[in-house]
Design a protein around this ligand. Structure first.
Ligand code: 5AD
Ligand code: SF4
Length: 430
């Protein structure tokens, strides 16, 4: 979602006549889009701000002004900290108000000294004010839903991104068609809880994500559809059926499990236990036997014992994820779990993370190696690090590098996989 937001902010600025700077010292405006999901992500902002303060001071010696702005969830949660620790910041806006950047910049131009902080949960939808979603290549993100009402006890998102809202169906379809008209072949529908999408159609009737996917799959020229991130308990039968019926829907689904222990899932306030999660996986697998899964995991949630952790390891192995993101539990001020008494020691969290990641990487490597010899359609995205090589993505989101020229970029071509590593594949263009 942050990548999407950053692209949309770039669209706003380009609309105002700004162009991307090739070097930071040439930038008239420097913006940070921030994440507050874990402590490490938030702390990074303050070290980066220290770096750009030096740039701002150096430019000021040359008589050049530099506007420094911070956007995103850290602003929503820590605006006072930003003003205190980085008083040279000109403005800060939360993730729901970045459509106001033109207005903010105009105010800064008028009154040079002010620092504007906007952490509203606005009544208006920012999507009604954003410029057209420009295609940045063959794949595009399209936000359809924002915010979350699930209130998992570890998670800051409901407090920073606000309550759940869905964009109207027609707006999403219009944006998708515009993207396809400008060369997009793959659309990834985004939302913190994307599968609870319930946007209104023109008659005011609420429509599901399954309905939206059916509409989008009829767009000529659109080749691939994905959606992320899904909440397991919201995987309806109607949505599961899409994985059987819609050929454009890619056979890869991100379905965060978080923990394999029912006790921990309950303490996390997840609306599923391990058995229900497995049933959903089974239904999806029956709908499309080629479907494979990825997950998020948290280790060291308060009260997690060795036995709970073992349950996570076992369930992960049983489901055989092909990609995963795993994190040590991070206390987020204001969330219920931050004040749970039975916090897990840092050393234990670290050990568990290492053990889990070892298993997850082994599964990922195994899947990638099993792809060797197979031919897959790959959507090429950009040049690779080595000259004469390009990289793209398989239907399973694996990165794959092949020898080939730029004429293949933003196109889907068949590739035979020749080698499978943990993080990427190599192959030859057919
Ligand atoms: N600590 C660690 N990981 C977290 N996540 C969300 N909140 C926390 C937290 N407090 C993880 C979850 C979520 C992913 C986006 O980030 O696994 O699915
Ligand atoms: Fe956070 Fe996801 Fe839970 Fe919502 S469903 S509270 S975004 S972890």
């Amino acid at each position: 979602m942050n990548v999407y937001d950053s692209q949309r902010i770039a669209d706003i600025l380009e609309n105002m006549g700004y162009k991307p700077a090739t070097q930071i010292k040439n930038a008239d405006i420097i913006l940070f889009n921030t994440c507050h999901i874990r402590e490490k992500a938030a702390e990074k902002l303050f070290s980066d701000l220290g770096r750009v303060e030096i740039v701002k001071n150096e430019r000021s010696l040359d008589g050049k002004e530099t506007i420094i702005g911070v956007v995103g969830c850290v602003v929503q949660a820590e605006n006072e900290q930003i003003a205190k620790r980085a008083p040279f910041v000109n403005f800060a806006t939360g993730p729901l108000t970045y459509h106001r950047i033109p207005e903010i910049l105009a105010r800064i131009a008028r009154d040079k000294k002010i620092c504007i902080i906007d952490t509203d949960f606005p009544a208006e939808s920012k999507f009604d004010f954003l410029p057209e979603n420009h295609a940045h290549g063959g794949c595009a993100y399209l936000a359809v839903q924002e915010g979350c009402n699930n209130f998992c006890t570890y998670c800051i998102v409901p407090y920073t991104r606000g309550v759940e809202t869905s964009r109207p169906l027609e707006d999403v379809i219009k944006e998708a068609k515009e993207l396809v008209n400008s060369g997009v072949l793959e659309i990834n529908l985004l939302g913190q809880n994307v599968n609870c999408y319930h946007g209104e159609d023109a008659s005011g009737k609420e429509r599901s994500l399954a309905y939206l996917l059916n509409c989008l799959s009829e767009i000529d020229g659109l080749k691939r559809l994905r959606y992320t991130t899904s909440y397991p308990a919201d995987m309806t039968d109607e949505l599961i059926l899409c994985h059987k019926n819609l050929k454009k829907l890619m056979p890869y689904l991100h379905l965060p499990l978080q923990s394999g222990s029912d006790k921990i899932l309950k303490a996390m306030n997840r609306r599923h236990d391990s058995k229900q999660y497995l049933q959903i996986i089974e239904k999806l697998q029956n709908a499309n036997p080629d479907l494979r899964f990825s997950s998020d995991f948290i280790v060291g949630f308060p009260g997690e014992t060795d036995k709970d952790f073992e349950a996570t390891l076992n369930l992960a192995k049983q489901i055989n994820y092909i990609q995963s993101f795993s994190f040590k539990y991070s206390r987020r001020a204001g969330t219920p779990a931050a004040v749970y008494p039975n916090q897990v020691e840092e050393k234990v969290k670290q050990q568990r993370l290492q053990i889990l990641q070892q298993e997850l990487f082994a599964m990922q490597l195994d899947f990638n190696q099993k792809c060797v010899g197979k031919t897959m359609p790959v959507l090429f995205e950009s040049s690779a690090r080595n000259k004469g090589e390009i990289f793209g993505r398989t239907p399973y989101m694996q990165t794959i590098v092949v020898k080939g020229g730029k004429e293949n970029l933003n196109l889907i071509k068949n590739v035979t996989v020749t080698c499978g590593g943990t993080n990427s594949l190599t192959g030859t263009l057919e």
